[in-house]
Design a protein around this ligand. Structure first.
Ligand code: NCD
Length: 299
């Protein structure tokens, strides 16, 4: 049984295999439409979600599987009656063949995996990780640049609480000669544990405090929203680094602008028509990558 908990668990070849399978599925959806026949996938979300839950559910349905779901588990499940996550998992694994879990605690997915008899997929664990988002992000970068080695990547926004950033950096660290520029206000800098992780794997990480600290020649610009639902100081909700057409002018024509979404004001709407803006394509890729992952899980 294979849980998907953290990006620590992936190797380069896992990503290559997944991307190949995902491309094959996209090219011939009808061939895979019974891939999850007779399988039930439970989606258990204790935090809000649009893309992650719906793309997982669409992926299951496109592969011929069925869904059981509590999209607001915090208020609609027996948690309200004081049930622990472990107990909830021990019940749901009896009804389903896999469990997709989003939860505000960093260790929730790991704890769920310890008691679950079916694969647990981490769909976002607090300010920890969001591995399936990172897989779709890497897939999007690979589709555009044709390689994941030698890239120069600017990540920005909330590097402290942003779980999509944490997972993405772990996957980038699998590749050669990657340089990451991390742009944020000081309070939202990348936690030391991730800096150490990157250093140990020879990924060069450069902290930046304003747009001028970024080199012009970047291949990927990855923005994120301030995670206002985590414990922030007053004033943190005001976006510090807003990307508009003027800021986009400084970046090369073959760079791509990504965002896990939802966005607030950190990317101005005017940028949406820039051909380098890939965030909607990125969210669409999410469904296909999750189809690939689910298909692999049951092989
Ligand atoms: C992200 C998340 O939930 O971590 N959203 C997503 O899954 N695409 C990003 C965010 O909420 O800011």
């Amino acid at each position: 049984m294979k849980h998907i908990i953290s990006c620590d668990q992936f190797k380069r070849e896992d990503l290559e295999n997944l991307f190949q399978l995902t491309d094959a599925m996209r090219g011939d959806l009808s061939h895979y439409k019974t891939g999850l026949a007779d399988r039930i996938v439970a989606t258990l979300f204790y935090e809000p979600s649009t893309r992650t839950r719906l793309s997982f559910e669409a992926a299951v349905l496109r592969l011929g599987g069925e869904i059981i779901s509590t999209e607001n588990a915090k208020e609609m499940s027996s948690t309200v009656k004081g049930e622990s996550l472990e107990d909830t998992v021990r019940v749901i694994h009896g009804y389903s063949d896999a469990l997709v879990l989003r939860h505000p605690d960093r260790n929730a997915a790991e704890e769920a995996a310890q008691v679950s008899e079916v694969p647990v997929i981490n769909a976002g664990s607090g300010s920890g990780e969001h591995p399936t988002q990172a897989l779709l992000d890497m897939y999007t970068i690979f589709k555009h640049h044709g390689t994941l080695d030698g890239l120069s990547v600017a990540v920005m926004g909330d590097l402290f609480y942003g779980r999509t950033i944490h997972s993405l950096l772990k996957l980038l660290a699998l590749y050669r000669k990657v340089t990451v520029f991390g742009l944020s206000r000081e309070e939202l800098s990348l936690p030391d544990e991730y800096k150490r992780y990157l250093e140990e794997r020879n990924l060069q990480y450069v902290s930046c405090r304003n747009f001028d600290d970024l080199p012009r020649e970047v291949d990927v610009i990855y923005h994120t929203r301030t995670q206002t639902e985590r414990n922030l100081n007053a004033g943190m909700e005001v976006e510090e680094f807003i990307i508009d057409d003027f800021v986009m002018d400084r970046f090369p024509q073959n760079a791509i602008l990504m965002h896990p979404l939802p966005r607030n004001r950190e990317i101005a709407r005017e940028v949406d028509s820039d051909p380098r803006a890939k965030y909607f394509e990125q969210s669409r890729n999410g469904m296909y990558i999750r189809m690939g992952l689910l298909y692999q899980l049951f092989r």
